[in-house]
Design a binder for this molecule. Structure first.
Ligand SMILES: [Zn+2]
Length: 76
């Protein structure tokens, strides 16, 4: 039981530590902002999942849209 509680506490702590970078900066993901988009991609150009990027739902969705847009324009 204690182990389970411990695990849960760890999860909550981990989630609260990572804050959405776009919310804190007051920005929205932009397909022209390649440098920022690259920070949310793996070396193999895959989008980092929300559990690791720490973004909020809205910005993660906007980010994936921006990355896909940039891919179509062959900027990434
Ligand atoms: Zn956000």
């Amino acid at each position: 039981m204690s182990a389970r509680l411990h695990k849960l506490g760890k999860l909550i702590k981990k989630k609260s530590l990572a804050k959405c970078l776009f919310c804190t900066d007051g920005l929205t993901p932009d397909y022209k902002d390649i440098a920022r988009l690259k920070r949310f991609m793996t070396p193999r150009k895959r989008i980092i999942p929300r559990s690791e990027s720490g973004l909020c739902v809205r910005h993660q969705r906007q980010l994936s849209l921006a990355i896909n847009r940039a891919r179509q324009m062959a900027m990434l």
